[in-house]
Design a protein. Structure first.
Length: 214
């Protein structure tokens, strides 16, 4: 029997490798586990886009993705009315986190502000009254022991209220002034009484008035 030539041996070996190579590569791919990979050897470029699912991430990674970075969500990124009262933890929004003038009357619920939330001495008389302003009144001559009354119209009803009026500095001290509700529920009256022994004519003057509901 003749010994095979060197060329025949080489060609047979090449054919064996060619036929067995793909099968061997597939078998190797199935047998390579994560434990056999060098640490940090698989980069993002080697991962097919869209091939990872949420379950492929660690629990810590999922929590990190769900939690926005501190101060990363600004007002411009929120849809109008997207954040309601139920989404804000009690005490989470403090005074320093509100812009000046950000909270107006329309943002406060009815009876939301109690006396403990109001700084002492911060309210003025006009903050308490529903109706307030200045009005020009022209009283004629008032005889000794006599009174005159002039009405002041209001923009709305003033039932069950207290009316206060203040005369100007040049008002005669001898003529006493008081206020009354009415006539009707949309006006108050200014009553001027002369308690001197001679007629008094205060003339047209500007009064300040305030109506506080009880």
């Amino acid at each position: 029997m003749r010994r095979p030539s060197a060329a025949l041996v080489l060609s047979s070996a090449a054919l064996f490798v060619a036929l067995g190579g793909p099968a061997a590569a597939q078998e190797a791919a199935r047998e390579i586990a994560g434990a056999r990979l060098v640490g940090n050897s698989v980069t993002g470029a080697k991962i097919r886009d869209g091939s990872l699912a949420a379950k492929d991430l660690s629990a810590r990674a999922r929590r990190t993705l769900k939690t926005p970075a501190n101060r990363s969500v600004t007002a411009a990124k929120l849809r109008a009315n997207a954040v309601g009262a139920a989404a804000i933890a009690r005490g989470a929004v403090r005074q320093g986190e509100l812009a000046a003038g950000a909270v107006g009357a329309s943002k406060l619920a009815a009876r939301a502000v109690g006396s403990t939330a109001v700084a002492d001495g911060s309210l003025r008389a006009r903050d308490l009254g529903r109706h307030q302003g200045h009005v020009q009144l022209d009283f004629g001559p008032i005889g000794p022991g006599a009174c005159q009354v002039l009405p002041v119209g209001l923009s709305g009803a003033a039932a069950d209220a207290i009316a206060l009026v203040t005369p100007p500095a040049n008002w005669p001290a001898a003529i006493q002034v008081t206020s009354l509700l009415g006539p009707g529920d949309r006006s108050v009256s200014v009553l001027a009484c002369n308690f001197t022994g001679a007629p008094q004519d205060p003339g047209p003057v500007s009064f300040r008035y305030l109506v506080v509901e009880l």
